[in-house]
Design a protein around this ligand. Structure first.
Ligand code: ADP
Length: 482
């Protein structure tokens, strides 16, 4: 699939440190999850190159922070334009290494690039304040300065957007970054870095360390006292390890961890619209996003009708290679992901669940889009993030019961519900212990919103004007002797 790139030089297979492409000593294969074929052999870098990248970033920091906001804005805008001009090629790389359908990949390129555009603009608004004074001989200023060298460790499910969502606000704030992309999807990351180089972002400001030894690279990034901020998107389990490793250096942390999103459908919901939102939220990226619905809760009176309509719609989804026309469901990322989905389905069936549609593994890493009725709280899929195309549907009677069930998890990232009654909409929005609530919609992501979770889903917010705060330190200046 990569023979058809418009610009074959976007296929970068080495790491980027201080503006130089590093081959490293070893290489690792990147495979296409739809076919199992090797796409490229990528440089396998390690602690040594990571340290070099931190040093390069630190050396590049003064010049980068001392550019005017408008100069950083101009370089970032150029990067944004190059990303969009390369939309087709980036999407091909993404579908090849990640599996999502090509149309969805193009959508992610636009979404990923939008963070660069947004934060290019925000660069110009890192304003401070002057406060009323407590002493007439003093003036009080509050400024905001870049935090310093930043590290970004990113997952495979959004190979571009999870990088730009961290790198763009860092750059806008005046910080250089060291990125450790997911080992399953380094090609999109490296191509995006190549476009940043072409845009004129100076050497050392963006460094990329592809590696199969995530633990060793992560340890160097966490333990460094030059690195002042770590942003991580991935599992809660790894998030905990990184948080502990960052404790000795009291590093600033942004963590976007696991979710277990509930989707509530009340009696007064518009059912067709709820089904549409359900499919959009559940089956995007074959169920492999941290905001994908994991659990559907449907009120008694509309339960049977909802399940029937949902299953009918799910039957129209088309599973296949993301490059084939009309495909809406690609493969799962790796064999372990397929095994987890199988385990969750098997467990649900053992505990009384009923498959309404789907339920089977297909050849390779594909799994049928599935709906399971009569889901129960004791099932694995009630507690764990399935991260696959399985929709378990639970039944509830009262509003409070639904809110309690939705909140009965250590996670708190995205949640959704469908209802019309204005009082109910207010009560449920406020009652859900989640960082994000979609009301009468299944799609909530955009560069303009503060994305993030509560409880064990993470710390901090990405996107919106608030996304910059993570990369800026507030400084209070007391100007005496006036
Ligand atoms: P996922 O379930 O999305 O694969 P992970 O948390 O395993 O989530 O991976 C997300 C990112 O974290 C990837 O870039 C992966 O390489 C990296 N990672 C995994 N384990 C560690 C670790 N111990 N230290 C640092 N990074 C890690």
């Amino acid at each position: 699939p990569l023979d058809e790139l418009n610009d074959p030089t976007l296929l970068k297979v080495d790491g980027l440190v201080n503006g130089k492409w590093l081959k490293g000593k070893a290489r690792f294969a990147v495979t296409d999850p739809a076919t199992g074929h090797t796409l490229a052999e990528v440089a396998d870098l390690g602690p040594r190159e990571t340290k070099a990248a931190i040093d390069a970033a630190n050396a590049a920091w003064p010049a980068w922070r001392n550019l005017t906001a408008k100069q950083r804005h101009a370089l970032m805008l150029k990067w944004y334009q190059l990303l969009m001009e390369a939309q087709d090629d980036l999407a091909r790389l993404m579908t090849a290494e990640q599996g999502k359908p090509l149309a969805e990949a193009k959508g992610e390129v636009a979404y990923g690039a939008s963070f660069v555009e947004w934060f290019a603009e925000e660069a110009k608004r890192a304003n401070g304040e002057t406060l009323a004074t407590f002493d007439n001989n003093k003036r009080i200023l509050v400024t905001r300065q870049p935090v310093g060298v930043c590290a970004a460790i990113t997952p495979w499910n959004f190979p571009l957007a999870m990088i730009t969502r961290k790198v763009a606000p860092a750059l806008a704030a005046g910080c250089p970054v060291v990125i450790k992309p997911a080992e399953l999807t380094p090609l999109t990351a490296l191509a995006a870095a190549e476009l940043a180089v072409r845009a004129g972002i100076p050497a050392g400001v963006i460094n990329v360390i592809p590696s199969t030894d995530a633990a060793a690279v992560g340890k160097v990034l966490c333990e460094s006292d030059v690195v002042r901020h770590l942003s991580f998107t991935g599992s809660t389990e790894v998030g905990r390890i990184l948080m502990a490793q960052c404790a000795p250096t009291i590093k600033k942390l942004s963590l976007e961890l696991g979710g277990n999103a509930p989707f509530l459908v009340f009696d007064d919901a518009d059912l067709d619209s709820a089904v549409e939102g359900a499919v959009a939220s559940k089956y995007r990226n074959a169920g492999q996003t941290c905001v994908c619905t994991n659990r559907f809760y449907v009120q008694d009176k509309v339960y049977d009708a909802f399940v029937k309509k949902l299953a009918a719609k799910v039957k129209t989804l088309k599973v296949g290679n993301g490059f084939d026309a009309g495909v809406t469901q690609g493969p799962l990322i790796e064999p372990a992901a397929v095994a987890k989905v199988e385990k969750h389905v098997k467990d649900a069936l053992k505990k009384g669940g009923k498959v309404v549609t789907g339920g089977h593994k297909l050849k390779g890493q594909f799994f049928e889009p599935t709906v399971i009725a009569d889901a129960q709280p004791g099932m694995l899929l009630a507690r764990e993030e399935t991260f696959g195309p399985i929709a378990p549907v639970f039944r509830f009677k009262t509003e409070q019961e639904a809110i309690d069930a939705a909140n009965a998890t250590e996670f708190g990232l995205a949640s959704y519900f469908y209802a019309r009654d204005v009082g109910r909409v207010t009560r449920v929005s406020e009652g859900l212990e989640y960082g994000m609530v979609g009301v009468n919609t299944g799609l909530i992501s955009s560069e303009q919103v503060p994305f993030g979770g509560v409880k064990q889903s993470g710390l901090g917010r990405e996107g919106s004007s608030h996304g910059m705060d993570e990369y800026l330190e507030m400084k209070y200046i007391c100007l005496g002797d006036v």
